[in-house]
Design a protein. Structure first.
Length: 491
C-alpha cells in the first residue's frame, strides 16, 4: 500500500527545482535500468526503489524504457516494466499498451499465455492493435491453423484490417515453404479492399522467385510499379535482381541492380551491402569496389556488419589480397573486436587450400590474445589431411581440442578423427596416438572404431594391449570379430 501511494505521488507529483552551480549530472531512471544487461536482474526492484526514494516517474519515460528494452531484445525486462506500469493502477492502458504487453507475453511465455491475456481484455480494447499483436504471436511460433483462424475471426468481427495482418500470414507461408499460397493471400486482401504495401508485393514477388516462376514475378512487379499508392523501393528491385542471378539472367540482374541503386537512401548501409553482395555473385568486381567507396563516403562510419559483407564479397571474387588490406583497415578502425571479421578471410584461404596462410593468421590472432573457436582449427586440420600434411593436421586438431571456451557444442569431424588415429597406427606412433585418444574423451564419446584404431597403434608399436582391452570393456564395448582379427595380427 505504501509503495502504491509513493507510485501515485511519483507519477502525479510536481518536483521542485533547485538551481546551483556545479550540480552533479542528474541520474535518470533510464540510466538506472539501461545497464541491467543480465536478464536475471529485476527491473521491478529498480522501479520500486526509484519511487521509494521520492523520484518522479513519467508515463512517457517508462514507455521509452520499454521500447528500448524491446529493441535490445531484453524482452523479459521489458515485460516486467510493462507489468509494473499496469499494476501501478495510475494509468489506464489503451489498446496500444495492451498490444505491447501482449506481444511481450508471447515472446517471453509463448502464445497460450498471450491468448489468455487477450481473452481477458475488455471489448473496447479488442481492436486491430491487440488482434494484430496476438496474430503476430501465432505467426512467430509458426501456429499456422491458429493464425488463419484468428485472421478469419478478425474479418468476421469487422476488425479494421491493414496490410500488416496479411503480410504476417504471407511471411509465415514463406517460412513454411508454402510459396504457392502467397499469391492467393495477396488476391484475397485486394478483394476485401485492403491495399497491399511494398512488403506485401515483395513477399509475393519473392514467392514466385523461390519457384523460379519468372513470368509470375514480372507480372506482380509490373502491377506494383503501376500502383499510384506505391513508391518503389530498392529492396524490391534488389530482390528481383537476386532472382535473376539465381536463374542465370545476368543482363536483367544488372539492369535491376541499377534501378535498386537509384532508390537507395545515401545513409542506408544495408542497401549498399545488399547490392555489393549481389554484384559479387555476378562477378562484378568494379561495381563491388565502386559501391564500397560510395558506402564509406555516404555513412558516418562503417560498422562490423559492413566490413563483414564487403569481405565476403571480396573472398567470393577471389580477391584475397584486397580482403587482407580491408582487414587491416578494419583493425585500425574504432569498431569493437568481432572474431567473425578475420574469420571470413581465414575461411577464404582454407577454401582456396592456402592452409599455411590461414594458419599464420590464426597464430597471429592467438598471439594478440584473441579468443579463437575450435571449429576453424578443425577445418584447417581437415584441409592439411587432404594435402597429406599429417603433422600439421595433428597440431591443428590438438589446438581445436584444447580450446574450451566458445566451444558451443562443437564436435570434431568423426572422419577427420579416424583418419588421424589410423595414420598414427600406420606410423606406429603409439604414445602420440594414446595422447590424442585421451584428449578426445572430454569432447566426444569414444567408440569401437576409435578403439580399434588405437589398438592397431599399440600392436604396431609393440605395446601390451590388455590394459586397452580392459578400457574398452569399461566403456561397455565388447570385443567383436574385427577385434579378434586385429589381435590375430598381433599373434
Amino acid at each position: 500500500m505504501q509503495v502504491n501511494r509513493r507510485i501515485f505521488q511519483a507519477l502525479t507529483g510536481i518536483t521542485n527545482r533547485f538551481y546551483h552551480s556545479d550540480k552533479p549530472k542528474k541520474v535518470s531512471l533510464y540510466s538506472k535500468i539501461s545497464p541491467l544487461g543480465n536478464p536475471s536482474c529485476s527491473v521491478t526492484n529498480e522501479l520500486d526503489e526509484w519511487v521509494c526514494k521520492g523520484n518522479k516517474i513519467r508515463f512517457g519515460e517508462i514507455q521509452r524504457i520499454i521500447l528500448d528494452l524491446r529493441k535490445r531484445k531484453r524482452f523479459s525486462q521489458a515485460l516486467e516494466a510493462s507489468e509494473w506500469l499496469k499494476s501501478s493502477g495510475i494509468f489506464t492502458f489503451s489498446s496500444t499498451e495492451h498490444a505491447v504487453q501482449l506481444d511481450l507475453i508471447g515472446k517471453v511465455h509463448g502464445f497460450p499465455d498471450a491468448e489468455s491475456y487477450f481473452n481477458n481484455l475488455s471489448k473496447e480494447t479488442k481492436n486491430d492493435k491487440t488482434y494484430g499483436a496476438l496474430l503476430h504471436c501465432y505467426v512467430r511460433q509458426c501456429q499456422m491453423e491458429k493464425a488463419l483462424t484468428h485472421l478469419r475471426r478478425m474479418e468476421e468481427e469487422g476488425v479494421s484490417l491493414s496490410s500488416v495482418a496479411f503480410n504476417d500470414i504471407m511471411s509465415l507461408y514463406t517460412r513454411t515453404g508454402e510459396y504457392e499460397r502467397i499469391p492467393e493471400m495477396l488476391r484475397h486482401m485486394k478483394e476485401i479492399g485492403v491495399c497491399p504495401d511494398n512488403l506485401s508485393y515483395r513477399i509475393c514477388i519473392n514467392s514466385y522467385g523461390a519457384r523460379s516462376d519468372i513470368e509470375g514475378m514480372e507480372r506482380v512487379l509490373n502491377e506494383m510499379e503501376n500502383q499510384s499508392f506505391i513508391v518503389m523501393d530498392w529492396n524490391t528491385y534488389a530482390a528481383v535482381a537476386n532472382t535473376y542471378v539465381k536463374e542465370g539472367l545476368n543482363d536483367k540482374a544488372n539492369s535491376f541492380l541499377k534501378k535498386a541503386e537509384e532508390k537507395i537512401d545515401n545513409k542506408e548501409g544495408i542497401g549498399y551491402n545488399y547490392l555489393i553482395s549481389v554484384h559479387s555473385k555476378l562477378g562484378n568486381k568494379d561495381e563491388v569496389i565502386r559501391l564500397w567507396f560510395l558506402e564509406k563516403s555516404a555513412l558516418k562510419r562503417c560498422i562490423n556488419r559492413d566490413y563483414i559483407n564487403m569481405l565476403e564479397a571480396l573472398v567470393r571474387l577471389d580477391l584475397l589480397e584486397e580482403a587482407e588490406q580491408l582487414l587491416k583497415e578494419w583493425e585500425t578502425s574504432d569498431n569493437c573486436y568481432d572474431i567473425r571479421v578475420p574469420y571470413i578471410v581465414i575461411i577464404g584461404y582454407t577454401d582456396k587450400q592456402l592452409y599455411e596462410k590461414a594458419e599464420t593468421m590464426l597464430e597471429d590472432l592467438s598471439t594478440k590474445g584473441k579468443i579463437l573457436t575450435p571449429n576453424i582449427w578443425g577445418r584447417l586440420a581437415a584441409g592439411y589431411l587432404d594435402k597429406d600434411k599429417f603433422e600439421r593436421a595433428v597440431k591443428c586438431m590438438k589446438v581445436a581440442l584444447s580450446l574450451k571456451k566458445d566451444r558451443k557444442g562443437w564436435k570434431p569431424d568423426p572422419k577427420v578423427i579416424m583418419r588421424i588415429l589410423s595414420l598414427f597406427a600406420e606410423n606406429g606412433n603409439v604414445n602420440d596416438a594414446e595422447s590424442f585418444f585421451h584428449s578426445l574423451r572430454p569432447i566426444v564419446a569414444v567408440n569401437r572404431e576409435m578403439y580399434h584404431a588405437l589398438l592397431k597403434s599399440y600392436i604396431a608399436g609393440g605395446k601390451e594391449v590388455e590394459s586397452l582391452l580392459n578400457s574398452m570393456r569399461d566403456d561397455n564395448i565388447d570385443e567383436n570379430e574385427e577385434t579378434k582379427v586385429i589381435l590375430g595380427i598381433n599373434q
